[in-house]
Design a protein around this ligand. Structure first.
Ligand code: AMP
Ligand code: GLY
Length: 428
C-alpha cells in the first residue's frame, strides 16, 4: 500500500515509524514532514491544511490510504473531501471533528448524554461572562476559548482580576482570533490527569495504553502551558478499575452519543481525563492522536497499525486485534529555549547520525527539524522527542535521559523531571 501521512511533527514521525513495520505498507509519503521524517518517508512540500493540494496529490500519486493526523485539517473537513474522491482516510469527518473543534459542542454533548465533566456555562459577551464569574465567586475558575487555539485556549484564573484580564484578551483583544468569540466558563477540577487515546470505527471503541503528559514548560509543573514536554506510558493512576469506569461512563457513552447526533466518530479519539474525588471526568476531547502521547503509546503497540487504521474506516474494528506490550515507555522533549514563547531556530543539532542515535538505544522522533547544507538544524519550538522503552518505568526514564544527554544544540531546553510524578505514584 502507498500511504500519505498529513502533518509534520513528532506525532506524525511516530505514526510513520509504526506504519513502516506493517508488511502491507510499501511506500510512505509525508506532507509536509520534516528533516527527520525525510529518513523514513518521502516528504512533499504541501501544507497540512491545504485540502485541495493534499487531495490532488493523493489522486495524482494514487494513494491507497491517507492518515490525517493534525486537528486543523480534520476540523476543516479534509477526510470528507478525500472520501468524496474515493480515497479512504484515517480520521473523523468534519461533523465529528467538532468534538475538538468546538468546546461548546463537546460540553453540550456531555451534558445531554450525562457524560461526567466539569460544570460550565457558555457566553458570547465578556460582560455577562464576568457577571456570572462574580456571582459564582469561586476561584480558580477556568475560561476556555470555544475554537481551536493551538492548545493555548485554556486559562486557569486564580482571582477576579485574572478572570477579567483573561476574558478581555480572548473576547475583546481576540488573541485567539475567532476561536475566542464564544467562551466556556468552567468549574475547576482537581486530581491526576490521564490521557487515553482510542481507536474507534464509530461503533466499537478500543482504548490504547494510557499515558501521562507533562504540559508545563518547567520542572515541577511550573511555567507556561505547552503542547507537551514529555510523556510516560502506561499512566500508573489508570488502574483496571478506573479503566472499567471510564469505559462504562465515558468511552462507550461518547461513541453512542456521536452516533445518535448523526456524526459517528471514526479514527483516534483522545480522552483528556481528570481522576477527581468524584470519579473520572472529561477535561477535553481531541479528535486525533496526542503529541507527545503518541511517541510513548505507539512504540508499545504490538498489533499492525495499518490493519487497525483500515478497520476504523471499514467498520471492522471489533474483529481487529489491538494489543500492547507490557513494557513502559518514556519520552523527553528537547525544545528550543524560550518555547512556548519566542525562540530562535536554525541551530545545528549535534549527536545524531541520519536523524537517529548511532547505537539505537532510544527512538528519536523529529518535531521541528530541517535538513540544510550545515546538516540537521532546529526549525520549531519542540525539536525532538526521545523515547525509550524498558521493562520498568524507572528504566525507561533513565534510558530516555541517557540518550537525550547525547544530543545538543544551542539553547536546548528540556524538563528534567519527566516521569517523576508517575514514579512517585508507583511507590504509593
Ligand atoms: P487543554 O488545553 O484543554 O488540554 O487544557 C490544558 C490544561 O488545563 C489541562 O491539561 C488541565 O491541566 C487544565 N484544565 C483544563 N480544564 C480544567 C478544569 N476544568 N479544571 C482544572 N484544570 C483544567
Ligand atoms: N499533548 C496534548 C495534545 O496533544 O493535545
Amino acid at each position: 500500500m502507498k500511504i500519505l501521512v498529513v502533518g509534520g511533527g513528532g506525532r506524525e514521525h511516530a505514526i510513520i515509524k509504526k506504519l513502516k513495520q506493517s508488511p502491507k505498507v510499501t511506500e510512505i509519503f509525508a506532507a509536509p514532514g520534516n528533516g527527520g521524517i525525510a529518513q523514513d518517508a518521502v516528504c512533499v512540500d504541501i501544507k497540512a491544511t491545504d485540502i485541495q493540494g493534499i487531495t490532488e496529490f493523493a489522486q495524482k500519486e494514487k494513494m491507497d490510504f491517507v492518515v490525517v493526523a493534525p486537528d486543523d485539517p480534520l476540523v476543516l473537513g479534509m477526510v470528507d473531501v478525500l472520501a468524496e474522491k474515493g480515497i479512504p482516510a484515517f480520521g473523523p469527518r468534519k461533523g465529528a471533528a467538532q468534538i475538538e473543534g468546538s468546546k461548546v459542542f463537546s460540553k453540550n454533548l456531555m451534558k445531554k448524554y450525562g457524560i461526567p465533566t466539569a460544570d460550565y456555562a457558555v457566553f458570547e459577551d465578556a460582560k455577562t461572562a464576568m457577571e456570572y464569574i462574580q456571582n459564582r465567586g469561586e476561584y480558580p475558575v477556568v475560561i476556555k476559548a470555544d475554537g481551536l487555539a493551538l492548545g493555548k485556549g485554556v486559562l486557569i484564573c486564580e482571582t477576579e482580576q485574572q478572570a477579567k484580564d483573561g476574558l478581555k484578551s480572548m473576547m475583546e483583544d481576540k488573541i485567539f482570533g475567532q476561536s475566542g468569540t464564544t467562551v466556556v466558563v468552567e468549574e475547576f477540577l482537581t486530581g491526576p490527569e490521564v490521557s487515553v487515546l482510542s481507536f474507534t470505527d464509530g461503533k466499537t471503541i478500543k482504548p490504547m495504553i494510557s499515558s501521562m503528559d507533562h504540559k508545563r514548560a518547567l520542572d515541577e509543573d511550573e511555567g507556561l502551558n505547552t503542547g507537551g514536554m514529555g510523556t510516560v506510558a502506561p499512566n500508573p493512576y489508570y488502574t483496571p478499575e478506573v479503566a472499567q469506569q471510564c469505559m462504562d461512563s465515558i468511552f462507550l457513552p461518547t461513541i453512542r452519543a456521536m452516533e445518535q447526533e448523526g456524526c459517528p466518530f471514526t479514527g483516534c479519539l483522545y480522552f483528556g481525563l481528570m481522576l477527581t474525588p468524584k470519579g473520572p471526568k472529561v477535561i477535553e476531547y481531541n479528535c486525533r492522536f496526542g503529541d507527545p502521547e503518541t511517541q510513548v503509546v505507539l512504540p508499545l503497540l504490538q498489533s499492525d497499525l495499518m490493519d487497525i487504521m483500515q478497520a476504523t474506516t471499514n467498520g471492522t474494528l471489533e474483529q481487529t486485534e489491538v494489543v500492547f506490550s507490557k513494557e513502559n515507555a518514556a519520552c523527553v522533549i528537547l525544545a528550543s529555549g524560550g518555547y512556548p514563547q519566542k525562540y530562535q531556530t536554525g541551530k545545528v543539532i549535534f549527536g545524531l547520525a541520519e536523524g537517529q542515535l548511532a547505537d539505537g538505544s532510544a527512538l528519536v522522533y523529529h518535531a521541528g527539524t530541517k535538513q540544510t547544507e550545515n546538516g540537521l538544524e532546529t526549525a520549531g519550538g519542540r525539536v525532538l522527542g526521545i523515547t525509550a522503552v524498558a521493562p520498568s518505568l524507572q528504566q525507561a526514564v533513565e534510558k530516555a535521559y541517557q540518550a537525550a544527554d547525547r544530543i545538543s544544540f544551542e539553547g536546548l531546553h528540556r524538563r528534567s523531571d519527566i516521569g517523576k510524578r508517575a514514579l512517585a505514584a508507583h511507590k504509593q
